[in-house]
Design a protein around this ligand. Structure first.
Ligand code: FBP
Length: 296
């Protein structure tokens, strides 16, 4: 059985260290579901109520990045400003959603931690400047998926606390069976509605849990597409470019898939600010090509 540490041998030592540090802390985040699951009485910069778990996960990941000694800047969904790690001896930049899908915690659905890694500190760069990305999915099992541009690989936490390789070089199925789309149907644009109805005509079933990380994992497994589109109420969409869309778009790319905001690749979008939101379509190439054709 191959462990995460063994699998990371051969990639950049700095990226390996960051992935291992985050993986180690994810075990404490997972324990936090039992001890830190009340409302924290505060809101993040997006006006969303924070769970103690949001802040606990954010603290743990920031601590992991400091402990790595090579991360210089961190942008976190739970922080209003980019964090400079003064004592850092390195130049890496990290973007992180410490707990994605937080509304699913109280219903015991799978939620995730999403990380993107830049080998140079500027975290306000396009996603195609990223050097690695990963996510941890806290579900019936705790799994970890990463890519450092050489394929996408999935690990599962075993009873001894080791992440063990489950699938190497994960790829989207050529043609999928499911789609997920956020937002109210009555708020969708006509082009988006026409696209969704075309998928339904092609027998795609709807799967949408409220947790982007979990929904992405389903799309990666069964094939298809996830979207949180531009809506009449939120023309810029809901999901954040830096913390959610770019890292998962990076992974989608190296799993043979793609992502778009309807007009251009997500990875080509230059972030204007850390809270930059974007509409997103992400999944297999076949489904993304259809989306771009119908949304043009
Ligand atoms: P958080 O990062 O604040 O949890 O928000 C992101 C998210 O939970 C995604 O994981 C999910 O796809 C989406 O919001 C669900 O939005 P909605 O509650 O509008 O369906």
């Amino acid at each position: 059985m191959t462990t995460l540490e063994e699998h990371l041998n051969g990639i950049d030592e700095g990226i390996k260290s960051i992935i291992l540090n985050a993986a180690e802390k994810s075990k404490e985040i997972q324990k936090g579901f039992f001890t830190h699951n009340k409302l924290a009485g505060s809101q993040n910069v997006y006006g969303e109520d924070q769970l103690e778990l949001d802040k606990w996960a954010d603290y743990l990941i920031l601590d992991a990045m400091e402990q790595s000694k090579i991360v210089k800047t961190v942008a976190s969904e739970e922080q209003s400003e980019i964090i400079e790690i003064v004592k850092s001896e390195g130049e890496f930049g990290v973007v992180v959603d410490p707990l994605d899908g937080v509304s699913c915690v109280k219903t015991n659905l799978a939620v995730g931690t999403i990380l993107g890694i830049f080998d140079e500190g500027n975290v306000l760069e396009k996603g195609n400047k990223m050097d690695a990305a990963m996510y941890i999915l806290y579900g019936p099992q705790t799994s970890l998926v990463y890519s450092a541009k050489d394929g996408v690989h999935e690990f599962v936490l075993d009873s001894k606390g080791n992440f063990i390789l489950r699938v190497e070089d994960l790829k989207f199925p050529e043609s999928g069976t499911i789609f997920g789309s956020g937002g109210l149907r009555t708020d969708w644009t006509k082009k988006h509605l026409d696209f969704i109805e075309e998928l339904e005509k092609q027998n795609y079933k709807t799967r949408f849990s409220g947790s982007f990380t979990a929904d992405f994992q389903q799309i990666l497994s069964y094939g298809g597409l996830f979207s949180y589109p531009s809506t009449k109420k939120m023309p810029e969409g809901k999901l954040r470019l830096l913390f959610e869309c770019n890292p998962l778009s990076f992974i989608a790319k190296y799993a043979g898939g793609a992502s778009t905001d309807g007009k251009q690749s997500i990875l080509e979008i230059k972030p204007e600010k850390i809270s930059h939101r974007t509409p997103i379509y992400i999944g297999g190439k076949k489904e993304i090509n259809l989306a771009e054709k119908m949304l043009r």
